[in-house]
Design a protein around this ligand. Structure first.
Ligand code: MN
Length: 357
């Protein structure tokens, strides 16, 4: 048995347990170089160590024993590439399924996939967004830090704040839009939001000033896998008008709103509270952001409004409802809504996106 290693020595050097070595031997993956006829002891050659380490790595990657056996017969690097690719798509599929599950339990107004069954038109994703319009105005500020995004299937408002807040909202929307166009699934949308967050976070930290810049984000997307969803962080808002009834589909992530929800402050005092605009969550203030998201159910005739606080702090709920109910096409309605806020001398930047279903 000269130059051979006992199973114990071999196990120690390659990191595979004797039990595993015996089972890989049986499976034909790694046959002992010699077996003592009398004792049945197994011996391995030192040059089998590389093979054993390779097997250990592939097992760590959760490749099955029979796949490893086939690979060892023809060790083609292309096979490794294929496994890596399969793993990436599996992870995307699992992330997407988890995101859909999350959307299913957080949607306060039904899960978009329900609409597939309800849709009279039989379109695969149910009711779609058929019209959009947007408007933004500087209000009485020196600079417009609000940003607005309107594409075929992604709509967003962002309200930048702090030193360079206008850059924060722009970076966030540009990143969101380019990343979402590469992966239009719900998982792609959430990943795009995290990328947008990191983009703003990096910019904020690259500034010499104290990093105070950040932005809110409220977005509606028509995703390829589950239809219309919203993503939200901060104190911009998403409203829906259905048959004359206005509902707010987002929660404001502000200190004051939290106090109201906890019953520690009434809504009237909240409106004049000195900290009413202090945000609990925003994009660009930490490397990872906690996002609200969920399905948005749509019926034909519904309208959605995405807007920054400059709009809803200036106009009343009745003003907003009236503008959304009007038969005007979405662009007209958005222009009218923003200009009426500006006419009431809005202190802040004012931005609105209106979507028609
Ligand atoms: Mn604002």
């Amino acid at each position: 048995m000269d130059g051979l290693l006992s199973i114990g020595e071999f196990s120690e050097r390659c990191g595979l347990s004797p039990k595993m070595l015996r089972s890989y031997g049986t499976a034909g993956l790694l046959r002992p170089a010699a077996v003592d006829q009398y004792s049945g002891y197994r011996y391995y050659a030192a040059d089998q160590l590389r093979q054993a380490e390779l097997i250990a790595l592939l097992r760590q990657a959760e490749i099955t024993v029979s796949d490893i056996a086939a690979f060892l017969n023809h060790p083609d690097p292309g096979v490794l590439d294929r496994w890596q690719h399969d793993l990436a798509s599996e992870s995307v599929a699992r992330r997407s399924a988890l995101a859909r599950a999350r959307a299913a339990i957080t949607a306060d107004h039904g899960f978009p996939t329900d609409q597939r069954h309800k849709s009279r038109r039989g379109s695969e994703m149910g009711v779609n967004i058929i019209g959009s319009g947007s408007a933004t105005d500087i209000g009485r500020r020196d600079i417009n830090q609000d940003g607005v995004l309107v594409t075929d299937d992604l709509f967003a408002v962002a309200d930048g704040f702090g030193q360079g807040g206008e850059m924060a909202s722009q970076v966030a929307l540009l990143t969101l839009s380019s990343e979402f166009s590469a992966d239009r699934s719900i998982a792609g949308l959430l990943a795009a939001c995290q990328d947008a967050n990191r983009g703003v976070w990096r910019r904020a930290n690259a500034q010499n000033d104290i990093a105070t810049m950040g932005t809110t984000l409220t977005a509606v997307a028509n995703t390829a896998d589950i239809g219309v969803v919203m993503v939200h962080v901060g104190d911009s808002r998403l409203y829906r008008v259905r048959q004359g009834r206005l509902s707010q589909l987002t929660l404001d992530h502000t200190v004051v709103d939290d106090l109201v929800r906890a019953g520690e402050l009434n809504e009237r005092d909240a409106e004049s509270h000195p900290h009413r605009q202090v945000l609990l969550r925003a994009l660009g203030v930490a490397p990872v952001v906690d996002l609200d998201y969920g399905g948005v159910s749509l019926q034909p005739g519904d309208r959605l409004l995405l807007c920054t606080d400059g709009l809803f702090r200036t106009l009343s709920v009745d003003d907003i409802r009236a503008a959304l109910r009007s038969g005007a096409e979405a662009q007209r309605a958005a222009d009218d809504l923003v200009s009426s806020a500006v006419c009431r001398s809005a202190e802040d930047n004012v931005t609105a996106v209106i979507l028609s279903a």
